[in-house]
Write a protein that binds this ligand. Sequence first.
Ligand code: MG
Length: 203
Amino acid sequence: MKIICIGRNYADHAKELKNEVPTEPVFFLKPDTSLLPKRNPFFIPEFSNDVHHELELVVRINKLGKNIEERFAHRYYNEITVGLDFTARDLQAECKAKGLPWEKAKAFDGSAPLGAFIKLKKDDDIQAMDIELLKNGETVQKGSTSDMIFSVDSLVSYVSKFVTLKIGDLLFTGTPAGVGRVVINDRLEAKLQGETLLKLNVK
Ligand code: MG
């Protein structure tokens, strides 16, 4: 399986990192080794002094698809959760300055912790979901998927033009504003629609 991550999908986050608001989706990949086994702590890697949390809605692909039309995209997923796109912001800044790929800042081991998946119900609106991240009990990120620049269905369609989507692939759909550094002993808690789906200790 692969993990496809969307960058800059909320205007308020693009602005906080002084990036332009994109006119088409930005995506990059993480390998399966970025997943963090359940209940494991996240260890800050020694190569970074500025690892940031990025809270994101995550969609699990449940059907093989290529060149998916946006109007059919909802048939390609039926489970969602919240996840963290951990980012070594210091390495990413270096990569961006040099015009190099971001992978070492984004794709490192354990950089994609996931919450428990929940099944989408018939009347759920994936573009009206509240996501929230608490750090040490205080809300640091809070967003609604209604503020996405590109909808989940448009992302599934767009990505599938370039990359075949397979069962089990994960789509991280971008982060709202409020990204910030994590340090040793931080406790993170991620919620979807008010329900805690992920708890994580930073070591
Ligand atoms: Mg992200």
